[in-house]
Write a protein that binds this ligand. Structure first.
Ligand SMILES: Cc1cc2nc3c(=O)[nH]c(=O)nc-3n(C[C@H](O)[C@H](O)[C@H](O)COP(=O)(O)OP(=O)(O)OC[C@H]3O[C@@H](n4cnc5c(N)ncnc54)[C@H](O)[C@@H]3O)c2cc1C
Length: 476
């Protein structure tokens, strides 16, 4: 790490901030604090930025650790993309269009929107959705209206599970599978029966019932690392942020004169030092936050340990030919959940001896049952399923098959979790928390991470009497 942070002294006229954690929350906080005029150092334990949304090389492929998508309603993440000059690299669909393939009935349905106002924008799609009976479709409409009427500020919603609420509102098992879980598992990382009603209601109200275009889907057409590492680093450099990679903070404590001391042990890029700062933003996962938080910074620090985690598994398959024409689809009646064509975004062009090549990523959320399965067992289970769903895969040769496992991909959105998620402000002046798991009101998403970073920076800048730079507005 450069000596930028070391050089800062108590006499510095510019307030000094240290941000710990270089995921989306930490990157956002660092950018926002620098934009607000602070002298910022960002510490990241790994050799790259991007946290849980990153890429790595495997031969000629650039692989994302897991398929990531966002929605048009993710206004903070869209602000972030703009801030790092990456909007064109992660475009949105013109209009929501999700092909849904039922493996058992061999039938394709579409979840599409029109330009009509909410809730009519989905009415035609729901009316013709072939995976539900007429009665089920009518019941879905009624439940959606009931969901729209829920008051998200009511703390009782977080105590209930979404599954029992759906059952109470006439939703059949099939409707839960073919609609509510199809969307909910991918966005919340839990099945309805294990998900807080508050979080589920927030997702469905915001995504499907707020604005006609809210659920239009966007995804990166380049590797995630190009956005969250390369371009984020460029933006941080331009903003004057000092970045310390491979630099883990090991303790945070108060100095005698009321500032903060962040200890960084000796490492490949750092000679070991204590950074002093007026402001510290801790943007690390809940367990690391628990370990680093000084005594008294939260009323009940133990509650952080009550916030569980949930896994996401991605299966990566390279075929010797094109087997999927669409950019992605969701599956029913199969263990396969969502399948994405990653060929272009991974940089895969051609493989000698093949007529063409295609790289698919199968994204499996709430993957508790599969996350520890050996690769061979996953291969045996999922390749025949892909052949069942995609006739083109039946005669195709599999050139490569591998898996990426994220055991702590998100916080577990179980009922009662809302009360455990802490706000950005702590009881310790100058010390703030960020991370997708903090109290953003959102599930663990890129949007939640960015919102948390903005929230922490906003609180820090206000405490310093600093202007808000060009911060994203809604999160304030
Ligand atoms: C496979 C997968 C698929 C996903 N799909 C989606 C999706 O489709 N859409 C979506 O919106 N979200 C998705 N998510 C969730 C999203 O990636 C996360 O919510 C978001 O990236 C979390 O960002 P964060 O900054 O809060 O935390 P993190 O990304 O966890 O960042 C924390 C950082 O802190 C660092 N750190 C920890 N301790 C220290 C220390 N002591 N010192 C220095 N650094 C430290 C870590 O190395 C890490 O880089 C997915 C996640 C995964 C894993």
């Amino acid at each position: 790490m450069s000596s930028h942070a070391e050089a800062s002294s108590d006499a510095s006229p510019q307030p000094v901030a240290v941000v710990v954690g270089g995921g989306l929350a930490g990157i956002t906080a660092a950018l926002a604090l620098a934009d607000g005029g602070m002298d910022v150092t960002l510490l990241e334990g790994r050799p790259r930025l991007g946290g849980l949304a990153f890429s790595f090389k495997r031969g000629d492929l650039t692989v994302d650790n897991g398929q990531h998508v966002y929605l048009r309603c993710c206004s903070a993440y869209r602000w972030f993309l703009d801030r790092i000059d990456a909007t064109d690299l992660a475009p949105l669909q013109d209009r929501l269009d999700v092909p849904v393939l039922d493996a058992e009935r061999n039938r394709l349905g579409r979840l599409r929107r029109t330009a009509l106002p909410v809730p009519l924008h989905l009415a035609r799609s729901l009316a013709t959705y072939p995976h539900l009976s007429l009665a089920e479709r009518a019941n879905v409409g009624r439940a959606a209206l009931a969901l729209k009427g829920l008051d998200l500020t009511d703390p009782a919603l977080d105590e209930r599970d979404f599954g029992s609420w759906l059952a109470e509102h006439g939703q059949s098992e099939r409707a839960v599978e073919a609609l509510w879980d199809l969307v909910g598992v991918a966005t919340l990382n839990a099945v309805a029966g294990e998900c807080s009603l508050a979080l589920a209601a927030m997702v469905f109200k915001t995504g499907l019932l707020s604005d006609p275009g809210a659920a239009d889907i966007g995804w990166a057409r380049v590797p995630l690392g190009e956005l969250h590492d390369t371009l984020a680093r460029k933006a941080l450099d331009s903003a004057g942020v000092t970045i310390g990679l491979r630099t883990r903070a090991t303790s945070i404590s108060r100095t005698e004169n009321g500032r903060w001391a962040v200890e960084v042990p000796e490492g490949p890029d750092s000679s070991g030092q204590i950074l002093t700062a007026d402001t510290v933003v801790l943007a690390v996962p809940q367990r690391e936050t628990y370990d680093l938080l000084p005594d008294g910074a939260l009323d009940d620090r133990e509650r952080l340990l009550g916030i569980g985690t949930a896994p996401i598994l991605n299966l990566h398959v390279v075929y010797d030919r094109k087997v999927l024409k669409r950019p992605f689809f969701a599956a029913l009646g199969s263990p396969v959940q969502w399948v994405f064509d990653r060929t272009e975004s991974s940089g895969l062009t051609e493989v000698p001896g093949t007529a063409g090549v295609q790289y698919l990523a199968v994204s499996q959320s709430a993957a508790q049952d599969d996350i520890d399965e050996p690769v061979a067992a996953l291969r045996e289970r999922y390749l025949p399923e892909l052949e069942r769903l995609l006739p083109g895969a039946r005669g195709a040769r599999v050139i490569d098959f591998f898996v990426t496992r994220e055991r702590t991909a998100t916080f577990a959105p179980t009922p009662g979790t809302g009360a455990l998620r802490p706000a950005a402000r702590t009881r310790a002046p100058g010390l703030y928390l960020a991370g997708a798991w903090t109290a953003t009101g959102w599930p663990a998403t890129m949007e939640g991470a960015v919102r948390s970073g903005v929230g922490a920076a906003d609180a820090a800048l206000a405490a310093q009497g600093r202007p808000r730079g060009h911060l994203f507005r809604e999160a304030a």
